[in-house]
Design a protein around this ligand. Sequence first.
Ligand SMILES: Nc1nc2c(c(=O)[nH]1)N[C@H]1C(S)=C(S)[C@@H](COP(=O)(O)O)O[C@H]1N2
Ligand SMILES: [Mo]
Length: 255
Amino acid sequence: MSGLRSLLNRRSFLRVFSLSAIAWLWPKKSAGTINFQNNKNIPANYVQNRDVPGFYIRSANPFLGVSAQEWGLAVGGMVKTPAAFGYEDLFGFPMVSQVSRLKCVECWSAKAKWEGFRFQELVDRVQPDPKAKYVTFKSADSYYESYALEELLRPRVLMVLRMNDQPLSKDHGFPLRLIAPFKYGYKNVKYITQITFTDTRSRNYWADYGPYSIDGTIQPGIDHPLDYEKKPLPINGGEVFHFFDPRPASPKTRQ
Ligand SMILES: Nc1nc2c(c(=O)[nH]1)N[C@H]1C(S)=C(S)[C@@H](COP(=O)(O)O)O[C@H]1N2
Ligand SMILES: [Mo]
């Protein structure tokens, strides 16, 4: 872990210093100023972890975001026809809209209206090798995730371009993020730039830098079961599949 990353990591920062010990470092708040930044040492124009009421922001590596002009999406790996997309290209896919909840392992959840396209559209375009059973995502902020291809073809998994009737904001993953409501928030990768089809499963950011699983399926019954030093609490959100519930339709039968 780089020195910068460990300094900027909210969790380790709070573990080492108590709030009162560092209070003298903080500028005095002027009356009426609302500032939800969790780490005041990071410039305000950086995306970072912020407890904004309504929808928290979680970005492990503070960064400045990407513009539509500089952004591109590369889709490749074990595929017949690798493809590259600009921002506008993605609006050529049929758009789907859903309301679903994002649930972080840290025990908060929030819902939004999400709009985007199905992962199947990319599959149709690049035609993966039948042996390519896994997919790796890479992001502009050097975050990364991995999924089984089968999971990405389930209902209510969406490649998201718009949130609450607006283009995704810089904080919430502009220009492209994944929403998979049955996975914990950390699997809902933002700022996607690269999608690679593979025959073996790659790791993800929070399995490498924290105690979280690669699978990240929301566990029924308890909240933040995997978070640092916290006790399990009754669950209060998220889309949880109990083992006795019917499973989502298979890709062949989805609408
Ligand atoms: N690229 C990228 N995607 C990411 C993250 C990140 O740090 N970088 N954080 C994850 C975590 S831990 C959560 S809970 C959600 C939070 O999404 P939000 O910031 O839109 O609330 O994004 C996930 N996707
Ligand atoms: Mo999270």
